[in-house]
Write a protein that binds this ligand. Sequence first.
Ligand code: AMP
Ligand code: MG
Length: 297
Amino acid sequence: MGKKNKKKNNDAGEPGAAEQNLSVRDLLRVGPDFQLSAVDPRRIVAGPADKAEARAAAAALEGEVTEWQERLFAESKGGGQRRLLIVLQGMDTSGKGGAAKAIDRISEPIGLRMRSFGPPTREEKRRHFLWRINRALPPVGSIGIFDRSHYEDVLIVRVRNLVPEDIWSGRYDEINDWEKKLTDGGLVFLKCMLHISKEEQQQRLLDRLADPTKHWKYNPGDVDERQLWDQYQEAYQVALTRCSTDYAPWYVIPADRKWHRDWLLSNLVAETLREMNPQYPPTDFDVEVEKARVENS
Ligand code: AMP
Ligand code: MG
């Protein structure tokens, strides 16, 4: 396992990831000079530029990912403290649900914990904003997926002024400290922003309206948030740059093409697990002795 990039060129005629020997994480990681407005949501970053090929390449990661998953779980049975938390953020219709399905397709449902976060309940509002997040963390040895997260507390909360500025402005440091503590305790963050264009969002909203079987996905409130597009982009810009740390970096996934989004995300997951490299715990019995006991039983 673990050959990094064996994928082909992107369609821009630039050297592909393979030639530069870059991982998908290297290509998508948010660094200090990051500008969200400079990321083209339609860009093919690396890998197959063809939908069917990309789907097949992502599906081909299933065997590897499920083995890592089993190892991660086994490691925890031997006392290991590690776990993986995949955080999905993005504007409405950016495909957080579809992205979660893509992860589900390459992993075993057992050991995969999905949680989504809507507006806080009355009880949650009375607590610290990280309270409900802490309760939703995946257990050691497993993989968690957050559909939205504590980042909403510096996104919609900031854009909509849901709490005073002196409160939300302190949350970036709070989030970094909290993520550091969890990382030190063995939790690995994979924070992904699904980046769509304003035009693509409009198309997806219209698609939902055009198809009665998609009406359940349509939320009239999304149009109100859409009117604040620029403020949201600015809030994302700040959150991505202030909270992309060496211990919990952000990755921005161009997400206008669903099949490319899924290919990128699947590779981010595989690369992250490869680096975690979870290990089966050492055997704590004498195999020969046990074999004899079983045979004689
Ligand atoms: P959806 O993901 O479509 O189910 O929508 C969930 C809604 O809940 C989105 O509009 C989020 O912005 C909103 N939301 C999530 N977390 C918070 C939060 N901490 N405070 C306020 N609104 C939130
Ligand atoms: Mg929604």
